[in-house]
Design a binder for this molecule. Structure first.
Ligand code: ADP
Ligand code: ZN
Ligand code: ZN
Length: 667
């Protein structure tokens, strides 16, 4: 029997499947021009999908009978720029995530859905390349940093490590100016645009017509527009959140990552990539410089700078006439606290308000009280779905679960013993707001947390009102720590610095240090000298001392020594398998199976499986298996062999599972 020779098209579909599917060529229309990354429409299961051509299979060793033809070829040019396609391929490899899904996410929604690129036409933006005159006279450290970055003609990673208010943004603006005068484009990645519209304003003012912004608040049409302007090279500066790392550029000359330590650069679900790490990869193969800026760099980044992989640039002083704030530790052991606030802090607040300045208070717990308990029997209001305590919110008079968003009304009595009086324990931002309003009735108190900023533009309104001096006392969660510049804030109070000391997450101390310094960094950023007061039960903690009295660098180096002794990242490499199911046993059994099929190795360790630090969430039981390796290649090779085998585990249907390479959070 003669076997007819035929060709198939290998297609990556946007599904959680790590291999490609074979299709026959389309019945109509040309297809020999296809190149990897071209979009095609295919039928997949009972639906149609927009998939991506990956290559031809010229001599398949299977029958053509069961194969379907590609329904339509959508592109006659590569929709990605070659660099983005390469980035997606490398990311698929590194994160062991299906390429079809990565390519899908790299495109604006309209293009994912099959919109034709040729039909996507937009009004051009004004092409003038004039930039405004800047009047600042730069200080020596700024000049040195700018010169060093400008000298880089190929790939180089700079760590711009400048204390809060040292003028990092000014350094960015100056280097950007040179790049766009050379006709190239700049990508600026920022943590969360909604939280820091000020940074945007500064870019927009300096380079009025040249910049575009990409963030989650845009409509799909606007996103597509930005994508097109970036691809065509018309947008000279693109400022965006983490997903902007997948934008196409005509002529990219520089990448800047502002607040490189910020957790929001890491996507925590689905495709768990780190935008900073992908940015470095992209800069590497595009042979361009990249600047990581932070007052509190991540330990991973600091370590790379110490190893000589990144070039450190320091801005040790605040810019202009501003000075770093004076930090005072308030020992609250045995002190009377009024809803969590000490007398020392209250009287300092009074002084600053009397001097017509603004005061900022930081408490990383929204709601009124994190715990409602029965005084008679100790029963607590817990979330049924997460088995964790619920937070009482006064504005809604309801209990909220901060883990799964489940809500219920405040119970009228104890569900265990019937006692009518339930007590609240601990403070959240709502309670802090009330106690301060009571103490300072003539002051305007504003609260900034997820509850008060949910509505569109709410954050912007609040920030404007702070700038204009309408509010006197600002109370907020970590949202307040992010890059804000309020010239009139002279006192920053940290209500509770102790949380970070006792977490099970080995990164908790690093985060605590970053948060404390970032919040403290909001004080005294202009002419008026700032004060920071930190309430703690551990005033003599050596790390707190290093952080406040010495420097972030000393603090970070101590933590790095501890990590080294314990063999933790960045001195080893982690990957985390997570699984959840309706029964703990099933989640654990699935991970146990992974452990069993793993090819054991002297240098790769498997720890677990164990229930996750948060063992139940939204009704599902969660477990994890940690992979630890001495080197990155060891870890990567191990995972590469393992993943195809996992696809074969039959239990898979009963669990949801994921792999997190370089996990940042272990819950
Ligand atoms: P960072 O980004 O390091 O926190 P910014 O760039 O926001 O610091 O700078 C803090 C403030 O100092 C801003 O108001 C900025 O305009 C100002 N500034 C920056 N560089 C200088 C300088 N060389 N001389 C005077 N003021 C400066
Ligand atoms: Zn009770
Ligand atoms: Zn819950």
């Amino acid at each position: 029997m003669a076997i007819e020779s035929f060709v198939t098209l290998k297609i990556a579909v946007p599904r959680p499947i790590r291999h490609y599917f074979d299709y026959l060529p389309p019945v109509q229309g040309p297809w020999r021009h296809l190149q990897p990354g071209y979009r095609v429409r295919v039928s997949f299961g009972r639906r149609e999908e927009i998939g991506f051509f990956m290559g031809f299979n010229e001599n398949p060793n299977f029958s053509a009978e069961a194969l379907k033809p590609v329904l339509e070829v959508l592109d006659n040019q590569l929709i990605f720029d070659g660099h983005v396609f390469l980035l997606c391929e490398k990311a698929a490899d590194y994160y062991h995530f299906p390429l079809g899904e990565i390519l899908h996410h790299a495109l604006p929604k309209k293009l994912r859905e099959g919109k034709s690129l040729e039909k996507t036409k937009f009004a051009k933006i004004n092409k003038s390349t004039t930039t405004k005159e800047d009047h600042l006279s730069l200080n020596e450290s700024q000049k040195n940093a700018i010169a060093a970055i400008q000298r880089a003609s190929s790939f180089q990673v700079f760590l711009l490590n400048g204390v809060t208010g040292s003028g990092k943004t000014e350094v960015y603006l100056q280097v950007i100016k040179k790049i766009i005068l050379e006709g190239k484009q700049v990508l600026v990645l920022v943590p969360e645009i909604g939280l820091t519209p000020q940074t945007l304003t500064r870019f927009a003012e300096r380079f009025s017509e040249l910049s575009v912004v990409l963030h989650s608040g845009l409509t799909e049409k606007q996103r597509l527009h930005t994508w097109c302007l970036s691809r065509s090279g018309e947008a000279k500066i693109v400022i965006g959140t983490r997903s902007s790392i997948f934008l196409p550029f005509q002529n990219l000359g520089l990448i800047i990552i502002d607040e490189e330590h910020d957790l929001s650069f890491k996507q925590q679900e689905g495709f768990r990539y780190h935008a900073r790490d992908l940015a470095i990869l992209r800069a590497h193969f595009q042979k361009i410089p990249i600047v990581l800026g932070s007052a509190t760099p991540s330990l991973d980044t600091l370590f790379k700078a110490e190893m000589g992989k990144f070039s450190p640039l320091f801005l040790p002083h605040r810019a202009g006439n501003a000075e770093l704030p004076a930090c005072k530790v308030i020992d609250i052991r045995n002190q009377f606290l009024e809803e969590g606030v000490s007398n020392a802090l209250l009287s300092e607040i009074k002084n600053h308000l009397n001097a017509n300045n603004q005061v900022m208070l930081f408490l990383n717990r929204r709601g009124y009280a994190p715990l409602i308990i029965c005084h008679a029997c100790g029963w607590m209001v817990n979330c049924r779905r997460c088995e964790k305590r619920m937070t009482y919110h006064d504005f809604s008079k309801r209990m909220h679960c901060h883990h799964c968003d489940y809500q219920k009304i405040l119970p009228k009595q104890c569900e265990s013993c019937g006692e009518k009086k339930l007590q609240s324990i601990g403070q959240g931002t709502e309670q802090l707001e009330q106690v301060l309003q009571k103490h300072f009735p003539s002051a305007s108190v504003v609260r900034i947390d997820r509850d008060t900023t949910k509505r569109k533009n709410a954050m912007e309104t609040i920030l404007n009102d702070i700038q204009s001096g309408k509010h006197h006392i600002l109370i907020g969660t970590q949202m307040l720590a992010k890059g804000h510049h309020f010239p009139n804030v002279t006192l920053v109070g940290i209500i509770d610095a102790d949380g970070g000391f006792f977490s099970s997450d080995f990164r908790a101390l690093e985060r605590m240090g970053q948060l404390v310094l970032q919040v403290a960094g909001r004080a005294g950023r202009h002419e008026k000298k700032g004060t920071v007061m930190i309430q703690t039960h551990h005033p003599d903690h050596p790390l707190l001392h290093q952080l406040l009295k010495e420097s972030y660098k000393v603090f970070a180096d101590t933590l790095l020594i501890e990590r080294k002794l314990a063999g933790l990242p960045p001195f080893s490499f982690f990957a985390l398998f997570r699984a959840d199911a309706y029964q703990t046993e099933i989640a654990l059994a699935f991970l146990q199976k992974i452990k069993e099929i793993s090819v054991s190795n002297q240098k790769v360790f498997l720890l677990g499986p164990i229930p996750a630090p948060m063992p139940k969430r939204a009704g599902r039981y969660r477990a994890q298996l940690l992979i630890q390796a001495e080197t990155r290649p060891l870890l990567q090779n191990f995972l590469k062999k393992l993943l195809p085998e996992i696809e074969k585990i039959s239990l898979k249907t009963k669990v949801r599972w994921s792999l997190d390479v370089d996990p940042l959070e272990m819950f």
